[in-house]
Design a protein around this ligand. Structure first.
Ligand SMILES: Nc1ncnc2c1ncn2[C@@H]1O[C@H](COP(=O)(O)OP(=O)(O)OP(=O)(O)O)[C@@H](O)[C@H]1O
Ligand SMILES: [Mg+2]
Length: 367
């Protein structure tokens, strides 16, 4: 039995169907990240787990106990929000201790727990300060400290770092991960940030329109997306898509026809592709090469825009006027300039195919 089980969760807000048949298992000590476009139901699902929303139907089991109908305060879960509200008139110690004093713990126990949390969060020298004397990151750590001391069975984080500046986000991300490694808490974490999802998660859950699209490790989702939506959502910059049609096969190769491109011979066997079916070819910017390499196919292009970031360079190239620009990610700062002609190399083992419904089509390499 998994530590947290969501079983056939449905949530309706009047006529709006916000969560649709959600089934999810979370193991003890796992760090699970929810991602998906704005409005897809991430917060609703998190709030349902902690009890701030009541689900319309379905079951939530935590550590063997059905908590579906239990009051939020009795579920033994703690939630950190994007807008962490601290009490301005209380110092850090009392802000962290707040929930404990309500639980009726002895003074010595409260002090022990607060001091341990403060040490974990590097707040031990700030216990006497008021929130207004803290930086944004320090305040966020106080909010997390308040959860830690409750020793909940489950931590729920709803975009906890999104109010912090870029530098602080990176630091807090590392601190949160360290905290997770030290305390081995079970965490469900919502974020919009690709890097947070890819680096923090043991398991990523991709949501769209209230449904789970795919669950898997970050590399599972990156390497084996089940559909075009997940392929486009995981990975930054996002995967390039070329729209066209299948045109049978020649010598085992799959033929792909696209308006401005003509026929591309993909050195891939894709038995499921029928002649004249709508087909999308997907390739990630970091997998497009400009020098001949492993077997694949080639596409002529002209560089339209160059974005040089120092450590890496993004080229936006035009392959045909009617086709959206393709993005190429290069290491370093050297590369062709605007207007230069290039030949894109698409390695066969990095090419994805999707059908008209967006589902990934199984392929194998020729030979
Ligand atoms: N109380 C409510 N009444 C009606 N609709 C609601 C309510 N709360 C949320 N919704 C709707 O449910 C959907 C899911 O909302 P939710 O807050 O879970 O999205 P989210 O994935 O967290 O988005 P974001 O990334 O913007 O935070 C949205 O379309 C939202 O408008
Ligand atoms: Mg939200």
């Amino acid at each position: 039995m998994a530590y947290l089980e969501l079983i056939q969760i449905e949530k309706h807000y009047d006529s709006f169907h916000a969560l649709k048949n959600i089934d999810l298992l979370v193991e003890k000590e796992e760090f699970v990240v929810f991602v998906g476009p704005s409005g897809c139901g991430k917060s609703t699902l998190l709030r349902s787990i902690c009890g701030l929303e009541t689900v319309t139907s379905g079951k939530i089991i935590l550590d063997g106990r059905d908590i579906t109908g239990i009051h939020p305060s009795k579920r033994n879960v703690a939630m950190v929000f994007q807008n962490y509200a601290l009490f301005p008139h209380l110092n850090v110690f009392d802000n962290i201790a707040f929930g404990l004093q309500l639980q009726g713990l002895s003074k010595a126990d409260v002090r022990r727990r607060v001091e341990r949390a403060a040490t974990l969060l590097h707040l031990e020298t700030m216990l006497d300060r008021k929130p207004k004397q803290l930086s944004g990151g320090q305040r966020q750590r106080v909010a997390i400290g308040r959860c830690i001391v409750k020793q909940p069975k489950l931590f729920l984080f709803d975009e906890p770092l999104s109010n912090l500046d870029a530098k602080l986000r990176v630091r807090m991300r590392v601190e949160l991960l360290n905290l997770h490694y030290e305390t081995r808490n079970t965490v469900v974490y919502v974020t919009h940030d690709q890097v947070e999802a890819m680096t923090m998660a043991d398991k990523i859950v991709v949501l769209q329109d209230g449904c789970i699209e795919q669950v898997g490790s970050p590399m599972d989702l990156y390497e084996r997306p089940v559909n075009k939506f997940v392929a486009g959502f995981i990975g930054s910059p996002q995967m390039n898509f070329l729209e066209g049609r299948g045109s049978g096969s020649a010598g085992g190769e799959t033929l792909f026809v696209s308006g401005g491109l003509g026929t591309l011979k993909l050195p891939l066997v894709a038995e499921a592709v029928k002649t004249d079916q709508a087909l999308t070819v997907g390739i990630r910017p970091e997998h497009v090469e400009l020098e001949p390499g492993p077997p694949g196919c080639t596409v002529k292009a002209v560089v339209n825009i160059v974005e040089n970031l120092g450590g890496e360079t993004y080229l936006h190239v035009e392959v045909a006027p009617e086709i959206p620009l393709i993005m190429v990610k290069l290491h370093g700062s050297r590369g062709p300039g605007r207007g230069e002609r290039v030949v894109l190399q698409l390695p066969a083992d990095k090419i994805y195919l999707f059908n008209a419904e967006g589902s990934a089509i199984p392929v194998r390499l020729l030979n």
